[in-house]
Structure formats: structure tokens, C-alpha cells
Design a protein around this ligand. Structure first.
Ligand SMILES: [Ca+2]
Ligand SMILES: [Ca+2]
Ligand SMILES: [Ca+2]
Ligand SMILES: [Ca+2]
Length: 387
């Protein structure tokens, strides 16, 4: 096989609603490695191969939103797809990496944004929240999981539909279910604390977003019972990493500088993970393409240390994320490059070590959606599931 091909390898069971996905690969000039991968897969499962052209639809033409969470609370990550017909199709992950899709609810709103996953009623099953346009205002609807379907509940309002910079999910007040942090364009950070029935807003902080504001993410940087927020401020060579530490349900966030950051060329990524295993979230900062720094938290500041010159990703990456790639309890940085190869900057607790992650592992261990970009999953779903 020569030239560019798109190859799907799939197993489809006899049931209409259960489809087992075994392997998929995108071929840019066939390689021995890929053939070995497929051969190996063919030995362990009955694989049917089909070639397909590149999808001719933009993702939005087929469905609107794809999110992940554990919607039935069994510990395995599931997938949720909001379809163009407004149904929510939920694919529940089975033991062997198969996904069983059923419709759990429908959302009728024409304009919905800020669709996020969290356990908003604190029952151990992930729910989906969305902000529906209601004139100039927004109305939160929560699709609360009952394990095999959602019930939709009005979960409070937000005053300015267009006025949101970003929304983060975490248990910021440390009680009950997960909450939202709504970062308004004005710089006000609202702690939208979940009660059993709706969000209650606390004006928790005011940040100045006007001089550069990026990489806002959730972590628990002091290791207490409440989630916090980290963000990078500034645009030039000298930037500041600030943490908004949650100081409780009534007091909100306290923001302070946790590190200075010197950006001589590019600031490529900021990620949150517990790389030293002490229960406090740290940050990993990728600078100048390959320079991977770790900012270890002592609960009050980050100590920035250069842990790896990650030459394997010199040519860039398609996605970068945090996972525990060797299951040692320490978070690692995992990058996926354009050939489909995955590399890990594995934490030793005091440094990162480059590792090649085998492309085969997730096929034999069970399919993991994190392996693939959203676009690939969308292509996969478009190709496999007749909506
Ligand atoms: Ca699950
Ligand atoms: Ca729930
Ligand atoms: Ca909470
Ligand atoms: Ca905290």
C-alpha cells in the first residue's frame, strides 16, 4: 500500500447499539509498524478492515459537541455526543473498550454554550451542564445522570450570556458537588457553587485580564479540600503565574503570584498535574518548543525547575495532556505527534524522562479515547455510527 490512505479497523457486533472499536489508524504512507499493529490486532480480535475517504463533512454538520465523563459512575470514562438533532447520545464504556450508545436526553435550545462535565449533584455520576441563551441572559440547564438517562434541571441563571471569558469546573468550595468558576470578560471571577438544585454565585475575585491572560486551569495547588485556579498573565518576555487559591465557600479566592516566567521565544503549553506525588498540584510549562519545566508547589509558590529538553517533540505536537502513563502514581506529560506516535515525559518525582509509548498498548489494553484527538473521534464516529 502506498500513498495516503485512511484506514479504519473495526469490529461491529451483531447488536445495533453495541459497537466494538478495536483499532484505527491513519496512514500517511503505509509503514511496517502499522501493518504489525493491525496484524497483532487481527490475532486478538476478529477485525474487519475497510478503507474510507476523508470525511466530507465538517464536524459541526454532524454533531455539535463531544465531551467525556463517567456518566454511569462505574469508574470508566464514557463519551457524550450532542447531535445535530439535539439528542445526547451517550456511549458507555464497557470492560473491553467497547462503547454502547443510547439516547439519554435531548436539549432543544438553539444557542447553548459552556457545555461542561461535572458531578453537580454529588452522586458519583457525571452530569452535563450547559448555558442556554435566554435573551441577553443565560440559563443553566443540568442534565443530571440517573445512570442510564439524564433528567434536565434548571440550575440557575447567568446575567450576561455574551460576557463570559471562560468557565472552569472544580469543587471550589470544597463541599457537595462540583462547582463552576465563571471568569467574566470584566475580570470578575464568580464562584458558582452548586447546591442540590442550582448554582449560587459568590463574587470571589477580580482579576485584570487586559494585559494577557492564558492557560487558566483547575488544580489543587495547596492540597487542601478545595480546588484552585492557575493562570498565566502577560504577553511579553516577562510573565507571571498566579494562583487563585480557594479560601472557602464564603470568602472566595485569594490570588497571588506563584512564579515568574521568562518567555524568550514561545510559551507552548501549561499543564497541571501532581508530578511529585505529594498531593499538591504542580504545573508543567513547555517553553521554546522543547524546554519542559516543572513548577513544584510548596502550597504557596511554584519552584520552577528545568526537567527535560524534550527533543522528541522538536517538530511540534498535535495534542498534549497529563496522564499517568506508567501507572506509578505520578502524573506524566504525554504528547501525541502528527505521525500518531505518543511520547511521554515520565516523571520520576524529581525529573522527566522521555519514553516512547507504544501505539499498540491501547489496542491490547482497551481503547482509550484520550489516545485520539477530538477530530479523530469525530471522524471515527462519522464513519462508524449511523446517526
Ligand atoms: Ca462509565
Ligand atoms: Ca451527578
Ligand atoms: Ca462544591
Ligand atoms: Ca486548594
Amino acid at each position: 500500500m502506498t500513498g495516503a490512505h485512511r484506514l479504519f479497523a473495526s469490529v461491529i457486533t451483531s447488536s445495533n447499539c453495541s459497537r466494538r472499536f478495536a483499532a484505527r489508524a491513519q496512514l500517511q504512507n503505509a509503514t511496517e509498524q502499522l501493518e504489525q499493529r493491525l496484524l497483532m490486532d487481527a490475532e486478538t480480535t476478529s477485525v474487519s478492515l475497510e478503507t474510507a475517504g476523508a470525511p466530507d463533512l465538517g464536524p459541526a454538520a454532524t454533531f455539535r459537541k463531544l465531551v467525556r465523563g463517567d456518566f454511569n459512575g462505574d469508574g470508566r470514562e464514557d463519551i457524550a455526543v450532542w447531535m445535530s438533532n439535539r439528542d445526547w447520545q451517550i456511549g458507555i464504556a464497557g470492560e473491553n473498550g467497547e462503547f454502547t450508545y443510547t439516547t439519554w436526553t435531548a436539549w432543544a435550545g438553539n444557542e447553548v454554550k459552556e457545555i461542561h462535565v461535572g458531578d453537580f449533584n454529588n452522586d458519583g455520576k457525571d452530569d452535563i451542564i450547559g448555558l442556554f441563551r435566554n435573551g441577553d441572559r443565560g440559563r443553566w440547564w443540568a442534565a443530571l445522570s440517573e445512570g442510564s438517562k439524564f433528567v434536565n434541571r434548571h440550575w440557575g441563571d447567568y446575567g450576561n450570556y455574551e460576557g463570559i471569558h471562560s468557565v472552569l469546573v472544580g469543587n471550589f468550595d470544597g463541599v457537595k458537588g462540583e462547582d463552576l468558576a465563571v471568569i467574566a470578560n470584566s475580570g470578575v471571577v464568580w464562584m458558582a457553587k452548586t447546591s442540590n438544585t442550582r448554582f449560587q454565585y459568590l463574587e470571589a475575585l477580580r482579576w485584570n485580564l487586559s494585559n494577557g491572560f492564558e492557560f487558566a486551569q483547575v488544580g489543587n495547588f495547596n492540597g487542601d479540600s478545595r480546588d484552585d485556579i492557575v493562570a498565566v498573565f502577560g504577553t511579553g518576555a516577562q510573565r507571571v503565574i498566579r494562583v487563585a487559591k480557594s479560601i472557602g465557600p464564603a470568602a472566595g479566592f485569594y490570588s497571588s503570584k506563584w512564579a515568574d516566567l521568562t518567555v524568550t521565544q514561545s510559551l507552548d503549553s501549561v499543564l497541571v498535574g501532581d508530578f511529585d506525588g505529594d498531593g499538591r498540584s504542580n504545573i508543567a510549562v513547555l517553553l521554546n518548543g522543547t524546554r519542559l519545566w516543572c513548577g513544584r508547589s510548596n502550597g504557596q509558590t511554584f519552584t520552577m525547575e528545568h526537567w527535560l529538553n524534550w527533543s522528541a517533540i522538536t517538530d511540534g505536537f498535535e495534542s498534549i495532556s497529563i496522564e499517568d502513563s506508567n501507572s506509578d502514581g505520578l502524573a506524566d506529560v504525554v504528547a501525541r505527534i502528527s505521525t500518531g506516535m505518543r511520547y511521554s515525559a515520565q516523571s520520576t518525582g524529581s525529573g522527566f524522562v522521555h519514553r516512547n509509548l507504544s501505539q499498540l498498548s491501547t489496542i491490547t489494553d482497551g481503547f482509550d479515547f484520550d489516545e485520539y484527538s477530538d477530530i479523530e473521534i469525530i471522524e471515527f464516529l462519522n464513519g462508524l455510527i449511523p446517526w
